[in-house]
Design a protein around this ligand. Sequence first.
Ligand code: Q46
Ligand code: ZN
Ligand code: ZN
Length: 308
Amino acid sequence: MKCKTCGEKAVVNMTQHKLALCKEHYLEWIPQQTARFIKKYWMFGPDEKILVAVSGGKDSLSLWDILQRLGYNADGMYIGLGIDGGIGYSDESHRLTEKFASERGLKLHVVDIQKEYGQSIPELAALTLRGQGRPCSVCGVTKRHEMNRIAHDLGYDVLATGHNLDDEAAVLFGNTLNWSREYLLRQKPVLPEHDGLARKVKPLCRFYEKEMTAYAMLRGIEYIYDECPFSVGSTSIYYKELLNQLENERPGAKLTFYLNFLDAREKGFFADDVVKVIPPLFNCPTCGQPTMYEGKCSFCRMVEKVKP
Ligand code: Q46
Ligand code: ZN
Ligand code: ZN
């Protein structure tokens, strides 16, 4: 297989794009495509202050790397969840994130949930869920709250996350199975700023997971290979496996599924009852962040509940 650009030996063959590239041209292609998506979806401009949520995984570290290469003003934020799972998951992901930032002289903000709120994520989950289910709901609410808080308090315009196509297609698949129109309407590459909260963007949403793995490896980025121990057996991993089976039979199916959804919404597929479907948001009286229901947001209610 030869590189489409220079004819040298290709190291990446993307059947879904009918494109094979050598290392040098693949490492150019990814940032070029990212720049195209940033522009296409109006994610941010060259002078905006960007905060990248970094977990120590390949996607978020690659995103930070790409934004730096494209010349954006992007700092990082790491949230210490206090998850061990027998592999020292949080400690190791924190170490790799710090290493990435210091080797490149980048600014990294670190929030440790245990220091901030007195409990780690597994402890918060044990107290609120009383042993029922995995801690992901507690973790999701907490991460979202802390990302919004830090971006707002430190004056960032944009909050960027490393969600890739496999993540987005799995979420879309779940929302479609349930016909959760409210969630379908909110699933976008860009969520506009709201009431002082930063705009949220997903610049990698059109890249396959395997494309991001190839990028991280070819760039020599050291990232945590292990997934969070609590992700084992989750619905989203099950959906990803189903979509991978489909993709194996029909290369490009995942991308078509996602892009046609974006296109359909753009063309007003859901427009008839948008007003009825998207309920107005309220502001939490404690932290000021938007919430779906009147009164305190779920994060503030949770923190209050576990206070000694
Ligand atoms: S939600 Fe659940 Fe993730 Fe939090 S507890 Fe781990 S798997 S990290 S994306
Ligand atoms: Zn080449
Ligand atoms: Zn709140």
